[in-house]
Design a protein around this ligand. Structure first.
Ligand code: NAD
Ligand code: DAU
Length: 344
C-alpha cells in the first residue's frame, strides 16, 4: 500500500506518519509538504532513514507538481493534512488560506480523479460547524450540524469539505472526511495556545489569554486522532463524515492554570489581553458515530496527555528553539502588538 500524506511535516501529519510507520511495517509513506513556516523536517528526523518513508517538497496548489507526484508515486491512498491552520494568522492575512486550503484541496481532488486512487481522506476540523453557547452544555456538534464557519480559516476548511463532498457525489471519487476537535501533543507549533503557553511559562514570560479566558475547547491527544484516521481509512464508509473528539472540554483559563501548576510557576504570569475577533465560544464534539460504527475511543485522558506533552517540550528544547527564529518573533509582534493587557 502506497500512502501520500500531505502536510506531513506539520503537527498532526507528522504524528500520523510516525504512527503509520510504527503500525504498518509494509506500507510506504510519501510525505508531500511545502515546508512552510509550520512544516519542520526535524519532526520527521526520527524516521528519515526508514526505507518505507520518503519526503517530496512541493505545494498542493501547484498542479504540475501534484500531477508529477502522482505519476511518480502512484498512490493508493491520499490523506490531506496540508493546510494553513492557525486562526489568528487567517485574521491577519486570509489570502493564503484560500489558496492552500481551497485551491490546494481542489488540485489534489483533480489528481485523484485523473490518476485514480482507492481513497482520498480529508482531515477537517470541528471549526466548520461554528461555535456553541457556553451555557448550553447539552449541545454538541454532530455530523449533521450545518456548516457555519466564523473565521477565514474555518471558512476555507468548510469550502474544502464541500468540494470533497461534491467530488464524491458528482464523480464518485472514494472520499472520507474527519472533523476533529483541538489536538495537543508533541511537535505542536508554538503559536497555538498549549505549546505557546508551555514555552512562555517555562521562560517566565507573560501568558496572553484572549478575552476573559472562558472560551471552551474540546482537547484530544494527537495520537487518538491518528488512530481515528487509521480506522476511517481501513473501516470507514466511502462518502461519510466522521466527527472525532473525546469529551474533554476545558476553558482556556483552566488549561493555562494547569500548565502553570505542572511547571510550578505563578499565576501572576497570566495577562488577559484583547480578544480574538469573532472568537468562537465553545467547541464540543459528539463522537457517537465513530464510536458505534468503527469502535473508536480515545485512550489518553487530558490530565495524562497534558503532563506528557509538557514533559515532551521540556525534553525537546532543541526542536522548539529552532522554530523560535526571526520569522516566529515577527509573527508574535504582529499578532500581539495591539492586544494591550486588560486587568481582571
Ligand atoms: P500545521 O500548521 O502544524 O501543519 C500544516 C502542514 O502543512 C505544514 O507541514 C506545512 O508545511 C504544510 N503545508 C502548508 N501549506 C502547504 C502547501 N501549500 N502544500 C503542501 N504542504 C503545505 O497543521 P496541523 O495542526 O498539523 O493541522 C493539520 C490538519 O489538521 C489541517 O488541515 C487542520 O485544518 C486540521 N486540524 C487541525 C487541528 C488542530 O488542533 N491542530 C484539529 C482538527 C483538524
Ligand atoms: O478545533 C480545531 C482547531 O483547533 C483546528 O482546526 C485549528 O487548526 C487549530 O489551530 C485549533 O484552533 P483554535 O483557534 O481553537 O486553537 P488555538 O490554539 O489558536 O487557540 C485555542 C484557544 O486559546 C482559543 O480559544 C484562543 C485561545 N488563545 C490562543 C492563543 C494563541 C489565547 O487565549 N491566547 C493565545 O495566545
Amino acid at each position: 500500500m502506497k500512502v501520500i500524506v500531505t502536510g506531513g511535516a506539520g503537527f498532526i501529519g507528522g504524528n500520523f506518519i510516525h504512527y503509520m510507520l510504527e503500525n504498518y511495517k509494509d506500507y510506504e509513506i510519501c510525505c508531500f509538504d511545502f515546508l512552510t513556516y509550520a512544516g519542520n523536517v526535524e519532526t520527521l528526523a526520527p524516521i528519515k532513514d526508514n526505507k518505507n518513508f520518503s519526503l517530496v517538497v512541493g505545494d498542493i496548489a501547484d498542479r504540475d507538481a501534484v500531477y508529477s507526484l502522482f505519476e511518480e508515486q502512484k498512490p493508493d491512498v491520499v490523506v490531506n493534512f496540508a493546510a494553513e491552520s492557525h486562526v489568528d494568522r487567517s485574521i491577519l492575512d486570509p489570502g493564503i488560506f484560500l489558496r492552500t486550503n481551497v485551491i490546494g484541496t481542489g488540485v489534489l481532488l483533480d489528481a485523484c480523479r485523473k490518476y485514480g486512487i482507492d481513497r482520498f481522506h480529508q482531515v477537517s476540523t470541528d471549526e466548520v460547524y461554528g461555535d456553541l453557547p457556553i451555557d448550553r452544555p447539552d449541545l454538541f456538534f454532530t455530523e449533521t450540524t450545518p456548516l457555519h464557519a466564523s473565521s477565514p480559516y474555518s471558512a476555507s476548511k468548510a469550502s474544502a469539505d464541500l468540494l470533497v463532498q461534491a467530488y464524491y457525489r458528482t464523480y464518485n471519487l472514494p472520499v472520507t472526511l474527519s472533523r476533529c476537535s483541538n489536538n495537543y501533543g508533541p511537535y505542536h507549533f508554538p503559536e497555538k495556545m498549549i505549546p505557546l503557553m508551555i514555552q512562555r511559562a517555562k521562560n517566565n514570560q507573560s501568558l496572553p489569554v484572549y478575552g476573559d479566558g472562558s472560551n471552551v475547547r474540546d482537547w484530544l491527544y494527537v495520537k487518538d486522532h491518528c488512530e481515528a484516521i487509521d480506522l476511517i481509512l481501513h473501516k470507514g464508509k466511502v462518502g461519510e463524515v466522521y466527527n472525532v473528539g473525546g469529551h474533554n472540554e476545558r476553558s482556556n483559563i483552566e488549561v493555562v492554570k494547569q500548565i502553570l501548576r505542572h511547571l510550578g510557576k505563578d499565576e501572576s504570569l497570566i495577562e488577559y489581553v484583547a480578544d480574538r475577533p469573532g472568537h468562537d465560544r465553545r467547541y464540543a464534539i459528539d463522537p457517537t458515530k465513530i464510536t458505534t460504527e468503527l469502535g473508536w475511543t480515545p485512550k489518553t485522558g487530558f490530565d495524562e496527555g497534558i503532563a506528557q506533552t509538557i514533559n515532551w517540550y521540556l525534553d525537546n528544547e532543541d526542536w522548539t528553539d529552532h522554530i523560535l527564529s526571526g520569522d516566529y518573533q515577527r509573527y508574535y509582534e504582529e499578532n500581539y502588538k495591539n492586544r494591550a493587557q486588560i486587568n481582571k
